[in-house]
Design a protein around this ligand. Structure first.
Ligand SMILES: *Cc1c(COP(=O)(O)O)cnc(C)c1O
Length: 429
């Protein structure tokens, strides 16, 4: 890419969460393979981000590419209204088998946020069909569920700046983020805020929505599985639906197939996305229990009121099937465990560093929370000059590499973080 391409980019193209007036720099990537991104000047960067949780098998994977090529030569897309096709049927069969017992009915869509919209609409239509006026959601502070309006309404109100859209967002109820961490001893009372709110408001609540175990974009926090078990039990007691948003955590990232498996629970509605295709194409799925699907279908509308144009896109389904076939032999478990061990050994010693507030590792996720927010532009440039792609936000410098990463490449990522902490210019004061 030429300099004028970059100039055009910064003048005309929005990038996520950056100013159109003073945009943060962008780095031109022309190809990617395995765990490496190649810049247009030929430099190669070790990828520590899996392109936001997605590329679990790395880039340009031959098996996924082959599956997509085979599918392209048959058809890349066909409408899903009145039509079905082998890649969708195979994918949904796999998802029903893999996900927690009891989730039987699958809705395919094109992004994570839409999967969350679908989950919320399912919960609303479920209660509508039962003749109950339940319109509220209960969500956790520090949660993140996407950027569309319905999803955003369930995000942490401060992180997602609900104040900007006041009057337009449906008001929901929020409970304190769980405090007790994964791996600690459970603390009676950690679910007090939840218990109190449910006792008071259960009759108007359609659903509780949460990210199981890992709160991702809202702070990269790992909480205790008992919190999830208690939530499930409270939902059962009060008859409130439980929506688990596993868009970030699904497909092995936390060391289990799904984060819900850490607590042995089945949600009523489950959202999947991101790693579903290993980042090859955008695809999401919302699964629910048969009872929920049938109740919705018995309501006034007679059906669920949603149907995206690219629903069940065959090419994306083919990529997902290939990705799932790569996970099938469960060898990812050893890889994720080895990544966890190396992340712990490399990052945990930073816990005593004067710039560091906290270090935590779960599965193939390693987080260094700093005391001061990072100064993103210089820190990003420094990482790129070191040959690594790490994209911090706020006070969080974190790694979630592809599962296929080699120990030396992971060491390069870890060393870059360790060294980054020595540079005062990388932090705001
Ligand atoms: C990324 C994410 C979403 C939104 O997915 P998009 O594909 O970006 O729309 C929703 N929930 C969680 C937990 C996520 O991490």
């Amino acid at each position: 890419m030429q300099a004028d391409d970059l100039a055009f980019d910064s003048r005309h193209i929005w990038h996520p969460y950056t100013s159109m007036r003073h945009p943060l720099p962008t780095y031109p990537v022309v190809s990617a393979s395995g765990c490496e991104l190649t810049l247009s000047d030929g430099r190669r960067l070790v990828d520590g981000m899996s392109s936001w949780w997605a590329a679990i098998h790395g880039y340009n994977h031959p098996v996924i590419n082959q599956a997509m090529n085979d599918q392209i030569s048959r058809m890349s897309h066909v409408m899903f209204g009145g039509i079905t096709h082998p890649p969708a049927v195979e994918l949904c069969r796999r998802l029903v088998a893999l996900t927690p017992e009891g989730l039987e009915c699958v809705f395919l869509a094109d992004s994570g946020s839409v999967a969350v919209e679908v989950a919320i609409k399912m919960a609303l239509q479920y209660w509508q069909a039962r003749g109950e006026k339940r319109r509220e959601l209960l969500a956790l502070r520090r949660g993140y569920h996407g950027d569309t309006f319905g999803a955003m309404s369930a995000c942490d109100p401060d992180n997602s700046m609900h104040s900007l859209y006041q009057g337009y967002l449906p008001p929901h109820r929020f409970v304190d983020a769980p405090q007790r961490r994964f791996g600690e001893i459970w603390n009676e009372g950690d679910d007090r805020s939840l218990t109190t709110l449910l006792a008071a408001h259960n009759s108007t609540l359609a659903a509780i929505i949460l990210e199981p175990i890992v709160q991702g974009a809202g702070g990269m926090r790992f909480y205790h599985p008992e919190y999830l078990r208690r939530t499930r039990a409270l939902c059962d007691y009060y008859g409130v639906l439980l929506i688990a948003d596993e868009i970030a955590t699904g497909f092995g990232r936390t060391g289990e197939w799904f984060a819900c498996n850490h607590a042995g629970i089945t949600p009523d509605i489950l959202c999947l996305g991101k790693a579903l295709t290993s980042g090859a194409l955008s695809l999401s799925a919302t699964l629910t229990r048969r009872h929920v699907a049938e109740t919705i279908s018995d309501g006034d509308a007679g059906c669920f009121m949603h149907g995206p144009t690219f629903m069940g896109n065959p090419l994306a389904c083919a990529a997902a099937n290939a990705s799932l076939s790569l996970l099938q032999d469960e060898s990812w478990r050893q890889r994720v465990a080895a990544i966890a061990a190396q992340l712990s050994a490399g990052l945990m010693p930073l816990a005593d560093h004067p710039r560091v507030y906290d270090v935590r590792v779960l599965g193939a996720i390693g987080v260094v929370e700093t005391k001061q927010p990072v100064n993103l532009a210089p820190l990003q440039r420094w990482f790129v000059e070191r040959g690594v792609w790490i994209r911090p936000f706020g006070k969080l410098i974190y790694l979630m590499p592809p599962y296929i990463i080699s120990p030396p490449a992971l060491a390069q990522l870890i060393d870059a973080i360790v060294d980054a902490l020595t540079q005062p210019a990388h932090f705001l004061s």
